[in-house]
Write a protein that binds this ligand. Structure first.
Ligand code: SAM
Ligand code: SF4
Length: 333
């Protein structure tokens, strides 16, 4: 059966949903949220499993075929596995993936594999226990490394995500790259974005994608550019003789917006057509007010008809100070 195709107002095909199932987290990464004082959403403000399934099913019907589960930390949500079971059975869903900090993930890996989660993004900014503590404010590196080992043992596709931050973990760039020699893993370095829940903003970053690449090239001059897959947000590279690959995600420089194929649903059930926009369409409320599928579909299409051309345009359109306390955990990373 021919698939429906969902377009935005710039003619880009939208196929990818990032669904944040909670805003809560068991780490406190300083680039994502403050150490204290996060106002977690009351449970009633999170979507129920049924609401998330209804939404996903509708979006799959109108053109989404890949869903990434994120948060907050997805495994904090008690019913996550039963939700994933139900979601994995949706006809038309070609890829179900998850982004996790790895603290609670290891025991679920066999089941994740069984239900068809093919790929896991594991956030790991450093291999050093003290630096891990200074970044995440929790002493959980051993559990994260255990999850990494288990993922590899179960032949899961693993992408390690490391946010690169001046004064915090730039000394980890090369050890993380070195992992790709023996391990078939994709190590991806992410530019830091201004979503730390503390109103910290900046007008530029020192560790942008060019600087990260230059640092890697100084130790690995033979590094080769790989063709980037369609819709890729990372520039991808390979070091001759290594089993894994290296990626650099220009999340702050926003060089990939031209091929953006994604939307986000925040933990509070709001649609974001761009990571940098202010959101606006409260889908959970629409559902709770009794909207039928046709009304939800037309609300989605209307919102997609207003998607910003790129993250810079989305940011400019925000009212002043609206991003003052945005956190990646409440946006849905
Ligand atoms: N808790 C899960 C985790 O950490 O993998 C999933 C949610 S987290 C918000 C998703 C991703 O966003 C992580 O890879 C994290 O490193 C990244 N992230 C969070 N805050 C960021 C920021 N300010 N700049 C760049 N990436 C960020
Ligand atoms: Fe939690 Fe992920 Fe944010 Fe770190 S990046 S505080 S693990 S949600």
């Amino acid at each position: 059966m021919a698939r429906n195709v969902l377009y935005d107002n710039h003619g880009r095909i939208v196929t990818y949903l990032r669904l944040a199932v909670t805003d809560r987290c068991n780490l406190r990464c300083f680039y994502c949220m403050p150490e204290e004082g996060m106002n977690w959403l009351p449970r009633k403000d999170l979507m129920t499993d049924e609401e998330m399934l209804r939404l996903c099913s509708l979006l799959i019907k109108i053109g989404i075929d890949k869903i990434r589960i994120t948060g907050g930390e997805p495994f904090i949500r008690k019913d996550l596995m039963s939700f994933l079971h139900a979601l994995s059975k949706q006809n038309g869903l070609n890829q179900l993936t998850i982004t996790t900090n790895g603290v609670l993930t290891a025991p679920h890996i066999p089941e994740l594999k069984k239900i068809g989660v093919q790929s896991v993004n594991l956030s790991l900014d450093t291999l050093d226990r003290d630096r891990f503590f200074s970044i995440t404010r929790r002493d959980e590196l051993p559990k994260v490394l255990h999850t990494f080992e288990e993922l590899l043992k179960h032949d899961m596709e693993v992408k390690l995500n490391a946010v690169v931050m001046e004064g915090k973990n730039t000394q980890d760039i090369l050890p993380l790259v070195a992992l790709t020699k023996e391990v078939p893993v994709s190590v991806r370095f992410i530019e830091e974005m201004p979503f730390n829940g503390q109103g910290h903003t900046y007008s530029g970053i020192k560790w942008n994608h060019q600087h990260i690449l230059q640092t890697i090239k100084e130790s690995y001059p033979a590094i080769e550019k790989l063709p980037d897959p369609a819709y890729s947000t990372s520039y991808n590279y390979h070091i001759p003789g290594h089993r894994g690959t290296v990626g650099i995600i220009a999340a702050y420089s926003r060089s990939f917006c031209g091929t953006c194929n994604r939307i986000r649903i925040t933990p509070q059930g709001e649609l974001k057509t761009c990571l940098y926009d202010i959101g606006g369409l409260q889908i959970k409320d629409l559902m709770r007010q009794g909207a039928d599928d046709a009304a939800l579909e037309s609300a989605f299409k209307e919102a997609l008809g207003k998607k910003a051309k790129d993250g810079w345009e989305a940011e400019r359109a925000k009212p002043q100070r609206s991003s003052a306390r945005e956190s990646m955990a409440t946006i849905g990373g």
